[in-house]
Design a protein around this ligand. Sequence first.
Ligand SMILES: C[S@@+](CC[C@H](N)C(=O)[O-])C[C@H]1O[C@@H](n2cnc3c(N)ncnc32)[C@H](O)[C@@H]1O
Length: 216
Amino acid sequence: MDATDWDTRYRLAREAQAGQAGRLWSAVPAQIVQDTVSPFTPGRALDLATGDGRNAIWLAGHGWTVTAVDFSVEAIGEAVKHAAAAGVAVDWQVGDATTWDPAGETFDLVTVMYLHLPESALRVVLARAAAWLSPGGHLVVLGHDRANLETGAPGPTNRDILYTPVLLRSSVDPANLGASRVVRCETIRRDLATDPEAPGDGGATFALDTLLVVEA
Ligand SMILES: C[S@@+](CC[C@H](N)C(=O)[O-])C[C@H]1O[C@@H](n2cnc3c(N)ncnc32)[C@H](O)[C@@H]1O
């Protein structure tokens, strides 16, 4: 899906939910993201493909200074509204995750949540993101695992854009990692009753995600 497709999806969701509190995704990050990030000392964070901002807003509410990027103008528009309602400030930027550049800035945390791209593009995004980490910083990546195709859980059904631990681990090329190291790379189980990606999903009781954590 290109930016226009995503704009349409966010706009239709907004119009369908007019007058209601509903949103396209959950209002808070996946529990595994909260659990992974909570022990880190807040500093400068970047949320790539932020969508309507649930990760960025949660981070800002937990003391992080956050820049958040998405190529959908509609998504960023929603994020701005949600941040205002939450009373937090985020540097929202419209940009393509494959080409956006932080202009020399580095980050204590880079998050990439449920960004599903063709493999070559994903490799570019993750390799660049890993290079922007400050010493001691972390890259946290989470997305739908390819094994999720067997669970009946919601999410993309094109296996070519789904994650596997092998794909994520190899996307952060050891040759480019310098002193960084992969500290976690695995398939994890997400309970859809308590930890949905999107409100209103029915059917399956759990989903499988791939988690990658890199420490600089
Ligand atoms: C499934 S949503 C996830 C949003 C958010 N990360 C979350 O977890 O709630 C995927 C998001 O990626 C964005 N996206 C897809 N391709 C992108 C790209 N090349 N550059 C920037 N954003 C992109 C879409 O606009 C959409 O908001």
